[in-house]
Write a protein that binds this ligand. Structure first.
Ligand code: NAI
Length: 257
């Protein structure tokens, strides 16, 4: 087991990458705090882990709220006696997010509040907890869009993921000598609720897949395995990394026919 005697906090735990990661971390021996604004969803994931013989709690929290982020860490430490791994993964893609001309200011603000401030507030309370535990690993979910532009714009989302990536690098440098590693997971386009609700026709799906050398969408479980590596001691010399798990999309210029 790769996370024996570790405690992990995962945000966005009710769905997609977060849900798969909670389950995988628990199978690898971790105590898991499943955090989501969707409390019922987080509870269902925690219940499934517990029914399978693992150890998990659910915490209802909105990562854009300071008090919620403080409480999610407090409840995790109270339940399991410490915190070693934080996966700041919760994120949104707003349906009103488009180009700079048409996107409403409120859409931009909401996207930043969750995707960027949510990571900042998470770190604000997770880092002191990791210090108390003698070190640990933080994984922040950015995206391939932090590295590539798209003609189907989502200006707020793309900018927010760029911010997550640069914030991750700075956190990594600041905390490197405290034995706290901080890395960014950059998923490619995935077959999760977040993206599939936008790519709701076969034509839209194929338009995206043209750019993916592997010719398929990624699975949330493939991101969970990458998060596991980054969280575990196997990545002991890895910090400040842009860890792309994207079917080759960021390596591609012309893709196979
Ligand atoms: P998802 O939509 O399946 O899950 C996101 C979860 O975050 C949901 O359970 C939702 O309730 C929760 N959440 C939303 N706002 C929250 C808040 N304010 N506080 C707490 N929890 C909140 O999405 P998915 O695909 O699992 O995405 C996870 C992360 O991966 C996000 O940061 C997303 O931007 C990123 N990502 C996703 C890609 C994709 O193609 N699906 C590609 C690249 C990055």
């Amino acid at each position: 087991m790769r996370l024996r005697q570790k405690t992990a906090l995962v945000t966005g735990a009710a769905s997609g990458i977060g849900k798969e990661t909670c389950v995988l971390f628990a199978k690898e021996g971790a105590n898991v705090a499943c955090v989501d604004v969707n409390g019922d969803g987080a509870q269902a994931v925690a219940d499934a882990i517990t029914a399978d013989g693992g150890r998990a709690i659910a915490v209802t929290a909105d990562v854009s709220k300071d008090a919620d982020c403080a409480r999610m860490v407090e409840e995790t430490e109270a339940a399991f006696g410490g915190l070693h791994i934080a996966f700041n993964n919760a994120g949104i893609m707003d349906s009103g997010d488009d180009d700079a001309v048409t996107t409403e200011e409120a859409v931009f603000d909401r996207t930043y509040a969750i995707n960027v401030k949510g990571v900042f507030l998470g770190c604000k309370y997770e880092i002191p907890a990791l210090r108390r535990a003698g070190g640990g690993s933080i994984v922040n979910t950015a995206s391939f869009v932090a590295l590539l532009g798209s003609a189907t714009p989502q200006i707020a989302y793309t900018a927010s993921k760029g911010a997550v990536l640069s914030m991750t690098r700075e956190l990594a440098v600041i905390h490197a000598r405290e034995d706290i590693r901080v890395n960014a997971l950059c998923p490619g386009p995935l077959k999760t609720e977040l993206l599939m609700k936008f790519l709701d026709t076969e034509e839209k799906k194929q338009r995206r897949l043209v750019h993916v050398p592997m010719g398929r969408f990624g699975e949330a479980s493939e991101m969970a395995r990458a998060a596991l590596y980054l969280a575990s001691d196997e990545a002991s010399y890895l910090t400040g990394a842009t860890f792309s798990v994207d079917g080759g999309i960021t390596a591609a210029y012309v893709t196979p026919e």
